[in-house]
Design a protein around this ligand. Structure first.
Ligand code: NAP
Ligand code: F7E
Length: 365
């Protein structure tokens, strides 16, 4: 009888962790996920999986080597997906040391946990790397050969993670790989990333629950894909016969302004743009009201402004389809979800209402 595949996912309660769990469960894996203690129980992305016989949650922390060593020894995974991270670029400027500990040294802790338990020959490791490594880009579009130029504390920490994975692959012959993933979004995206901030605000404004959305750099360009499509690629990378690193992207690029224009359109508001820089405004064509304005609070000390991925290697070697969900479909999925959510949130608790207000007033980055 074939041995059952056992996956250990760090960051299981995050956007990608939740989709990856669903994907691996559908493939018959035993899925173990790491969560961390929080005063607010924020597990809504995986609530529907809890109680399933093949889905198990464990407390550990990326900053706590012992917890990782113990857990890897207990679970004895055949595949580890290291998704846990302080994943917000702007926050990494405010908490750079913490970001380095979790996003850089955390990767080393996972690799060492595997070695300490003598699992290097039986456990494959996927590292959640990022297009932020290209940072102040040196070529467009970016592929696996493009030089890195990290441009935030987050990116610098992730660059360490990338190189230490490569080092352990060569030094100890371990099957460990990095997926260099470009931005991927969904209806489960954290509410302070720009896409979700926009789709939630568009839904609130359309339903009369918010007046204006404040954004930072509207000219910033991203290659945005759908998170549900991207988790398949994480798995494909570990099923390949050789451990290698891959760029995962759609190959299509849009500005933040274009994302906002389309999101508001799907929410029933057509925008026209007037002014420049901090004075630029998005105006509701029907009412003449300003519904999008720029706030310098959302400018970053250094911003990455031209990300555009070339997924040719993933397409040809892994057979992955980068165009499963188009940009237009992605925005539509997110807006539809948030229109329904905002309508249902009418009766939701105080904390959510506060977060909405904080986002509206620009108090949360
Ligand atoms: P996310 O929603 O922010 O999820 C990150 C997860 O990591 C959360 O569940 C979080 O736990 C957990 N975590 C953070 N610090 C931890 C710690 N000290 N110990 C244990 N767990 C910790 O991020 P995502 O969008 O799913 O991204 C997944 C991974 O891909 C991240 O490493 C991110 O940097 C990387 N990445 C993301 C993108 C993207 O566009 N989404 C692109 C490239 C790379 P809590 O829920 O308790 O906060
Ligand atoms: O910003 C600009 C901002 O925070 C995208 C993470 O998943 O993807 C993500 O990082 C762009 C930036 O994502 C606002 O300046 C304008 O240029 O949605 P974001 P990110 O920084 O690209 C990468 C690949 C990761 O690895 C990360 O983990 O949008 N922008 N106005 C804004 N951004 C935010 N958050 N809020 C604004 O109001």
């Amino acid at each position: 009888m074939m041995e059952k595949n056992i996956a250990l996912i760090t960051g299981v309660a995050g956007q990608d962790g939740s989709y990856l769990s669903e994907f691996l469960l559908s493939k018959g894996y035993d899925v173990h996920g790491i969560i961390r203690r929080s005063s607010v129980d924020y597990r809504e992305r995986i609530a529907h999986l809890e109680g399933k016989p093949d889905f198990h949650l464990h407390y550990a922390d990326m900053g706590d080597s012992m917890s990782l060593v113990k857990l890897v020894g207990e679970v004895r995974p055949t595949e580890i997906y290291n998704l846990a991270a302080q994943s917000h670029v702007q926050v990494s400027f405010d908490a750079p040391e913490y970001t380095a500990d979790v996003d850089a040294v955390g990767v080393l802790r996972v690799l060492e946990a595997v070695r300490t338990n003598h699992l290097e020959k039986t456990c494959k490791i996927y590292q959640a790397s990022t297009s932020e490594l290209y940072g102040k880009v040196e070529e467009v579009p970016q592929n696996e050969k493009t030089p890195f130029h990290p441009y935030s504390p987050y990116a610098v920490a992730k660059l360490y993670g990338f190189w230490v994975v490569k080092e352990y692959r060569e030094a100890y012959d371990m099957f460990c790989c990095s997926g260099i993933l470009f931005n991927h979004e969904s209806e489960r995206r954290g509410e302070t990333f720009v896409t979700r901030k926009i789709t939630l605000a568009a839904a609130r404004i359309a339903q009369g629950k918010q007046d204006c959305l404040y954004l930072g750099n509207l000219d910033s360009k991203r290659d945005w894909g759908y998170a549900k499509d991207y988790v398949e690629c994480m798995w494909l990378i570990l099923q390949h016969d050789k451990p290698e690193d891959y760029v995962i992207a759609t190959g299509v690029q849009h500005t933040v302004r274009e994302f906002a224009t389309l999101a508001f359109h799907y929410a029933g508001i057509n925008l026209k743009w007037e002014g420049e820089g901090v004075n630029e405004k998005g105006i509701d064509v029907r009412t003449g009201k300003v519904v999008v304005a720029v706030s310098e609070d959302f400018y970053r000390p250094t911003d990455v402004v031209n990300l555009w991925g070339d997924p040719t290697k993933a397409k040809t070697e892994l057979g992955w389809n980068p165009q499963t969900t188009s940009f237009e479909q992605l925005v539509q999925i997110m807006v539809k979800h948030d229109m329904e959510k905002v309508a249902a949130d009418h009766v939701a608790g105080v904390m959510r209402t506060n977060l909405a207000e904080y986002l509206e007033k620009g108090l949360v980055k």
